[in-house]
Design a protein around this ligand. Sequence first.
Ligand code: NAP
Length: 296
Amino acid sequence: MDVAVIGATGFVGRYVVARLTDAGYVVRAVSRRGTRLPGWGNAVVPLAANVETANGLGAALTGVDGVVHLVAIPRESGGRRFEAVNVGGVRHVVDAAHAAGVRRLVHVSILGVADDPKLRYLHSKWRGEQIVRRSGLDWVVLRPSLLFGEGDGFFNLVRVTLKWWSPGIIAIPGDGRTRFQPLSVEDLAIAVERSLVEPDRAGSVLELGGPEHVTYRQIVDRVMSATGMRRLKLGLPIPLLSALTAVTDRLLPAFPVSHDQISSLQRPNYTDLDAYERAFGRRPRPLDLSYLGRGA
Ligand SMILES: NC(=O)c1ccc[n+]([C@@H]2O[C@H](COP(=O)([O-])OP(=O)(O)OC[C@H]3O[C@@H](n4cnc5c(N)ncnc54)[C@H](OP(=O)(O)O)[C@@H]3O)[C@@H](O)[C@H]2O)c1
């Protein structure tokens, strides 16, 4: 089977490419520059294509048996907009799949997608899902909770926030009791492979989480214990953080969290504890952040 992975050089993409090549697939690894990552062998063919413009997508998808779509931005920056990447990008991938005659599409979405324009990222992911679900392709939508693993975005961001933005005290949005269900990126990669090759899965939306529910406060505790950093946790009212991030969005783009992310962080991000096992017949790995202590 030949498979195109769009967003292959990113955090999730690297694990998905490894999983697919280990299983014997030939992978077209698509990113904007067509970068070849160290460790990729002959079974990986790097290709350049851009989902915002559709440039290169036709060539990337011609002749493959399935497509994995992983491209999304979690916050807007540097002129990159949710509408163009998370919505328009999906439309271009669906159109290119139709034009190339590819039937199978695995689309990675996110738990907590919302048909609510006030939650801009989650709404853009919702709209992307709708395009996939109405595509007429043999699609599978995977909705994972937070993903952990070396090179991850979220837990490393908490580590960076502790290290560089939290001298003695770390701000916790609201009461910090919003629940999450972190899933290992390796378990997501297994879910992607199975969704690609098992025909009965077409037309499913699968909510996926790991084996425990953890609050934001507990996540901060876990990151502190993995890294040996100690900080006092201080709950800050959401309206205060919203006002602060409305300013930092404009004046301090490096601030670790955006205005939109403060709202999203208040939304529960979990599903049934046995959701992954029900879908894939195996237990997902427990939350293990030891890689953070190695500076990953
Ligand atoms: N990370 C998480 O915790 C998490 C949790 C739930 C769901 N998800 C979902 O999982 C998916 C993958 O996330 P991720 O964390 O792996 O993202 P990521 O690390 O930012 O990777 C994004 C990938 O997309 C490529 N890309 C970006 N813009 C592109 C464009 N216009 N055209 C073509 N390729 C482009 C990037 O390569 P270049 O920049 O080199 O082009 C990179 O390979 C996303 O849909 C995200 O919503 C992630």
